[in-house]
Design a protein around this ligand. Structure first.
Ligand SMILES: *Cc1c(COP(=O)(O)O)cnc(C)c1O
Length: 488
């Protein structure tokens, strides 16, 4: 259809209502059709830059173009060259599979263009953020005095947490401070430390046990050595669901060590935190409430669209103290009493209303639906473990933990680590190319491991089984793969 646009009062950027509706409906149809056909799409499609440059490199057009033409091109030349992280057989990294109300929540937030930096500019949406944060607070078992902030993701939450801890513990004086975390800790922590100006010699990356957990005695030993050297132990980042294996550090025991030495305990629950919604997850995350601060990622296991991260701080006033500044040009936005300027809880002034999508999707489905989705993911991971254990060609390397399983292909009689690594490393890109699904890899105590994370609420047992079957039976590299029945 050709793009008929009525000029509106000579405004070069305004559209008439009829055109806006038509464009909007077109986009809704596109998204709904995509979701309906997702299972028949490849889980991944990529292209080298050399292939994409000629398709997309151009000067910005001076004249208007037809919306349908642009949209078709966006789908064909841009969006199809990406992983479908919401595909039912996308098991790599951490799948992202937002609900439709969540997606609409982001659309609404963009449409209303809510400025959620100050209460003055967004009283209602700010109240909704407080409400949503309070739900999270209760789920993790924090007291009423806790406070939080929604951020772009786990990386931003970890950065905000480290800045908050430093302010709370040291003020501006960070010389001699030492940060502790484990070899399994997410890289965003080290990056946050860099951003905040900590030098490498202020970071202690501690070894983990056979189950990929930081032992309390390992932490205590490192802290005591630093104290003897006249240094100032500042904080521990504990894993509450590590990215590689889902491992949860022994939080109660680590909390005791932290309390004994005056360390801030930050729990990185970006990946695993929302498992507290289920009984099994809650048991696995025992002691989470003892942390001084917690990172959560609603865009992971709370099924929200990117971006949605969250930081909760147990003594909530610390968060405000760490970030509050009132410049002259915002003096009209000053708050007293119970209102909150969310700009005073982190690094962003202009903020999108991330709370709306969370609120909308939880209102629409009810918490029980999310609880069941979390349980479903835990069940799928357990099922994957059973299939792996029952498949002679596959070897389990780390059992299902908070929805993650690590394993490898191990043909009978092959013991050479280098050969096993070559074989397994060749499977990851070939599975991608097949279009059937996607898994990622990691290293466990130095050994190359395949990793699957069946977090998607749309994934089913046959999805897991088909991908595992492919990995168990794909011919060794060099022989063309068969059995990938998904069309490209
Ligand atoms: C994903 C993840 C992060 C980073 O979160 P982003 O949302 O990707 O920024 C941090 N820590 C852990 C444990 C994670 O799994």
């Amino acid at each position: 259809m050709s793009d008929r646009r009525a000029p509106v009062d000579g405004d070069p950027l305004e559209l008439d209502a009829e055109t806006m509706r038509r464009l909007g409906y077109r986009v809704v149809d596109l998204l709904v059709e995509r979701l309906a056909g997702l299972d028949r799409e490849p889980a991944w499609r990529g292209a080298p830059r050399a292939e994409l440059e000629p398709r997309l490199r151009e000067r910005p057009p001076g004249a208007p173009r037809d919306f349908d033409v642009i949209l078709n091109r966006l789908v064909a030349d841009v969006l199809s060259y990406a992983a479908r992280v919401d595909h039912p057989r996308f098991f790599a990294y951490v799948p992202g599979c937002p609900t439709w109300p969540g997606i609409l929540g982001d659309f609404i937030a963009a449409g209303y263009n809510v400025f959620q930096g100050t209460w003055l500019a967004s009283a209602g949406p700010s109240e909704v953020e407080l409400v949503v944060l309070d739900w999270f607070r209760e789920w993790v078992g924090y007291p009423a005095e806790a406070a939080g902030v929604l951020v772009s993701g786990g990386s931003a939450a970890n950065l905000t947490a480290l800045a908050c801890a430093r302010e709370a513990m040291l003020g501006a004086e960070a010389g001699g401070a030492v940060l502790y975390f484990s070899a399994e800790t997410h890289a965003s922590v080290e990056r946050a430390a860099r951003v905040l100006g900590f030098r490498r010699d202020q970071l202690r990356r501690l070894p983990v046990d056979d189950a990929f957990r930081l032992r309390p005695e390992t932490l205590a030993g490192a802290v005591e050595a630093d104290v003897r050297d006249g240094l100032r132990p500042l904080l521990l980042v504990a894993n509450a669901g590590s990215t590689s294996t889902g491992a949860v550090d022994p939080l109660p025991e680590l909390a005791a060590v932290c309390a004994g030495h005056g360390l801030w305990l930050h729990a990185d629950a970006a990946y695993g935190g929302f498992a507290v919604l289920s009984e099994r997850g809650r048991a696995a995350l025992r002691g989470l409430e003892l942390a001084d601060s917690i990172t959560l990622d609603p865009h992971k296991w709370l099924y929200q669209p990117f971006e949605a991260g969250c930081l909760l701080v147990r003594r909530g006033a610390r968060l405000h103290e760490a970030f509050h500044i009132l410049p002259d040009y915002l003096q009209d936005a000053a708050v007293a009493g119970g209102e909150v300027n969310f700009a005073d809880r982190g690094v962003q002034l202009t903020r999108a209303a991330r709370a709306l999508k969370i609120w909308l999707s939880i209102q629409y489905f009810g918490v029980d639906a999310f609880r069941r989705a979390v349980d479903h993911a835990l069940d799928l991971a357990l099922h994957a473990q059973r299939v792996i254990e029952g498949t002679p060609e596959l070897e389990l390397l780390a059992p299902a933990t908070l929805g993650i399983v690590c394993f490898r292909r191990r043909p009978a009689g092959v013991d050479d680590e280098a050969e096993l690594e070559r074989l397994n490393a060749s499977l990851v890109p070939r599975l991608l190319e097949s279009g059937l699904g996607m898994v990622s890899s990691t290293r466990l105590h130095g050994r190359y491991a395949l990793r699957i994370c069946p977090l998607n609420h749309r994934s089913r047992i046959p999805d897991v089984e088909r991908v595992l079957h492919w990995l168990a039976t794909a011919p060794p590299d060099g022989v063309p793969a068969r059995g990938a029945e998904v069309a490209r």
